[in-house]
Write a protein that binds this ligand. Structure first.
Ligand code: COA
Length: 157
């Protein structure tokens, strides 16, 4: 497998939500899911960069539906774009009930910007090659978001 392809660094984890993950309303605490998303974004980005990464930014974090305790959560990380030293990861959380399998539903989505560090400094990452039609569309979307973020950052400085 080509290590520069989007599919190479794709990462996925699956777990059951337990009472320890609950908020005061009795469903899953958003922070638990955000932590899971951050971990999968880090694994995805470090696999492509072949090194350590840190989270620089999270955009468009959306909670599309609440998740019940006892539900099965699948968290997927997929690179959407890379810059010079930064990597953009699209993270999706899918959910289905444990007692009856049905098509998993999208519960959360977000775009994470991770930065590859070497000797504590931002360091270049390999190029990213989308191959399928879906990957090419995701890459184009990622590039657009990357440019928008750069524009926002340059306004601040
Ligand atoms: C992220 C961090 C390494 C960037 O350092 P920096 O000196 O500002 O780096 P640079 O200005 O050289 O930018 C490096 C890359 O990061 C990107 N970047 C930096 N800050 C960013 C932000 N807030 N949002 C999006 N991208 C950002 C830049 O666009 C650049 O990308 P590119 O090389 O692909 O063009 C630094 O701000 C940091 O260490 N932050 C804390 C990270 C952390 O502790 N995370 C939580 C625990 S993992």
């Amino acid at each position: 497998m080509n290590q520069n392809n989007i599919s190479f660094s794709r990462a996925e984890t699956c777990t059951v939500m337990e009472p320890i993950h609950s908020n005061i309303f009795g469903n899953v605490h958003g922070g638990e899911l955000m932590k899971l998303m951050d971990i999968i974004a880090g694994i995805t980005a470090s696999k492509h960069a072949n090194g350590m990464v840190v989270t620089a930014r999270v955009d468009e974090l959306e909670f599309h539906k609440s998740i019940n305790i006892g539900a099965v959560v699948t968290c997927v990380g997929q690179l959407s774009y890379v810059g010079n030293t930064s990597l953009q990861v699209m993270v999706t959380v899918l959910v289905h009930e444990i007692e009856r399998y049905s098509e998993p539903e999208v519960a959360l989505t977000a775009f994470f910007t991770m930065v590859h560090l070497k000797d504590h400094k931002p360091s270049p990452v390999p190029p990213l090659y989308p191959t399928t039609k879906e990957e090419k569309e995701l890459f184009a979307l990622g590039e657009q978001k990357y440019k928008e973020i750069k524009a926002k950052m340059s306004k601040k400085s």
